[in-house]
Design a protein around this ligand. Structure first.
Ligand SMILES: Nc1nc2c(ncn2[C@@H]2O[C@H](COP(=O)(O)OP(=O)(O)OP(=O)(O)O)[C@@H](O)[C@H]2O)c(=O)[nH]1
Ligand SMILES: [Mg+2]
Length: 336
């Protein structure tokens, strides 16, 4: 039987270094990880493999038809209508919101859970927040899994970068007392194929390759920008009292022009590493070459630039948002 990489799940091969699972021919019988995983782990030498999404969709569709419990993982900056995927699963689904450590501590989980229940009509048996980095709710997650699973198998699915493999590594560490060995990275498409992990005698977790969202800012930029945009620490909300005809310049990534004639309060939630400037619209031309979307907002709306940030806006107003073409920019009721 062909052997597989324990880091990404790809079947080993030694004929094409540019394809998943490559190892040198002389190592193919004893290697544990492929060259790509080895380089990600040891050198942070990231390589994006873009052609995998069709295969990932097939894996996803196959899981939809199974009866085994599914954990659907999503991080807080990519919450959007793609959550409705959940309703296609035949089995029970638990929604796991990852990277809790980056959420401001002031944000109440119960409020967010109510928000998700009220705004997305999804069929889930539970919603739980976790942080693999801070070991938050890891034991609670296992208790919930044990309560609901109807076989020994539990699938972890979701968008690429949601934190599936990192969560499994945290569980391996906690339950098997060894280091997690699945490869993780901030680039999309790190996991290539399903990876089975026998966590306990009656619980096998199955990591899966994530779905790629082409409308996520992170899918549209290079590794240096990804590192800056992905929040690593607790987000410090930044509030701006906006006057008419002022504009927020969000790094090199986006611009929000405020076009109404009263004062208003904007609070930005994004990585602390991104610089934000407030300027007068008339006096500059920054980032105007980006794609423009206009909004007429009611009171208490957020503008979301998927994967990059969201902006909580207090009063009804008109805004122009400029960002990369193809990135999903949308309004929603205030999340926080
Ligand atoms: N701050 C924080 N970052 C996390 C956490 N979990 C994962 N990450 C980061 O999120 C990025 C993606 O993590 P992965 O575990 O590789 O994501 P994945 O869902 O397995 O992605 P694919 O294999 O591409 O589908 C990495 O840079 C992780 O370090 C967390 O709990 N907190
Ligand atoms: Mg993964």
């Amino acid at each position: 039987m062909s052997r597989k990489c324990i880091g990404c799940g790809a079947t080993f091969q030694s004929y094409d270094p540019s394809l998943p699972g490559y190892v040198d021919n002389e190592k193919i019988d004893e290697a544990l990880v492929c060259k790509r995983c080895f380089r990600i782990k040891n050198y942070g030498d990231y390589k994006i493999i873009n052609e995998l999404d069709d295969n990932n969709k097939k894996i996803f569709s196959a899981i939809m038809k199974k009866n085994d419990l599914v954990l659907f993982l999503c991080d807080i900056l990519t919450l959007d209508e793609s959550l409705s995927y959940i309703n296609n699963f035949k089995s029970k689904v638990i929604l796991v919101i990852t990277k809790k450590d980056v959420l401001p501590k002031s944000v109440k989980e119960s409020k967010l859970i109510n928000y998700i229940k009220n705004n997305y009509k999804i069929n889930v048996i539970d919603i739980i927040f976790v942080s693999a980095n801070k070991n938050y709710n890891i034991d609670l997650l296992i208790n919930i899994i044990n309560k609901h699973k109807n076989s020994t198998k539990v699938y972890l699915v979701g968008n690429t970068n949601a934190g599936k493999s990192t969560l499994i590594n945290a569980l391996i560490k906690s339950y098997k007392k060894t280091d997690g060995y699945i490869t993780t990275s901030s680039l999309p498409q790190t996991t290539i194929n399903e990876i089975e992990v026998n966590l306990t005698s009656d619980l096998t977790l199955i990591d899966t390759p994530g779905l790629v969202n082409n409308d996520n800012y992170l899918t549209n930029c290079n590794i240096n920008d990804i590192k800056k945009i992905m929040p690593k620490k607790e987000i410090k909300p930044r509030t701006y009292q906006m006057k008419p005809n002022q504009s927020l310049i969000i790094g090199d990534y986006a611009r929000i022009d405020y076009l109404s004639d009263k004062k208003n309060s904007f609070t930005l939630y994004l990585s602390n590493d991104i610089k934000v400037k407030r300027i007068n619209i008339d006096t500059n031309n920054y980032l105007r070459d980006l794609n423009l979307i206009s909004f007429n907002l009611d009171d208490k709306k957020d503008i979301v630039i998927k994967g990059l940030c969201f902006c909580k806006i207090t009063n009804s107003c008109k805004v122009n948002v400029y960002t990369k073409a193809g990135v999903n920019v949308f309004e929603r009721n205030n999340l926080i």
